[in-house]
Design a protein around this ligand. Structure first.
Ligand code: PEP
Length: 249
């Protein structure tokens, strides 16, 4: 049985004060369910604070993106080794907001994924279709293409230490969750696709669902055979709802 992973993407939210309180409450509640991995993704400036507050706790942390270059003239960017300096174990790659707002294409995402793996970070590869793509019946093709971009560069082996998050774009931050059946169908498709290359890796891979997960819909989603946890945005900004989602696992 794979261990459920519940991850909180804090996006560009929070302050020193609010994150101190939020993480303090999450850390205090984290020990109650050692069977669930908890990870938070704060904005870059708060990584140091999160490292200080979550050190030696049951909560891991990561960054919301990274630059694939090791160093140099890349104003505003952050490298993998910098993230390791702040104790990050995970990094999101290819979040739909990075793809849509900052022009990250499949090639950029694949490069970031490869660099993360090489540095020893666990990448959480975010994939998912827009509403238009779903309505045109292209969901599988889109998700397949996004995963193939990474497979072509890094191969199947790296998925033994990575996570995939299926996040339909139309469900992110909209309050419109995919039904458990809709989500399960895509998760099963992803697992089957990877199983064609390596059955063992595919069987052990954690595939998270993301898109308006909350304490009311989490139990139905997590009960699905191929849903191994959630990538949670809005509902991770309140410790009570984040921990309630964890309790639904
Ligand atoms: C996300 O940030 O990846 C996300 C799924 O957000 P929300 O839970 O708010 O839809």
């Amino acid at each position: 049985m794979r261990k459920i992973l519940v991850a909180g993407n804090w996006k560009m939210h929070g302050s020193r004060a609010s994150i101190t309180e939020l993480l303090g409450d999450i850390v205090a509640g984290a020990g109650a369910r050692p069977d669930v991995d908890l990870v938070v993704f704060p904005p870059f400036p708060y990584l140091s604070l999160v490292q200080e507050l979550a050190l030696d706790s049951a909560v891991s942390w990561g960054a919301q993106t990274l630059n694939p270059q090791p160093k140099g003239a890349h104003t505003g960017e952050v490298s993998a080794s910098m993230l390791l300096d702040f104790g990050c174990r995970y990094v999101l790659v290819g979040h739909s907001e990075r793809r849509a707002l900052y022009g990250e294409g499949d090639g950029d995402v694949a490069a970031r994924f490869a660099v993360a793996v090489e540095a020893g970070l666990k990448p959480v590869l975010c994939v998912g279709e827009t509403l238009e793509q779903r309505e045109s019946g292209d969901t599988r093709e889109v998700v397949s293409r996004q995963i193939d971009a990474v497979l072509d560069v890094s191969g199947i082996g790296v998925f033994s230490d990575a996570v995939i998050a299926y996040e339909p774009v139309w469900a992110i931050g909209t309050g419109r969750t995919a039904t458990a059946d809709q989500a399960q169908a895509v998760h099963a498709f992803i697992r089957d696709k990877l199983a064609a290359q390596d059955d063992t890796i595919s069987g052990q891979l954690r595939i998270l669902y993301g898109g308006s997960v909350n304490s009311s819909n989490a139990a139905d989603l997590f009960a699905c055979e191929d849903i191994d946890g959630g990538l949670v945005g809005g509902a991770s900004l309140e410790a009570k709802s984040f921990l309630a989602i964890r309790d639904a696992a």
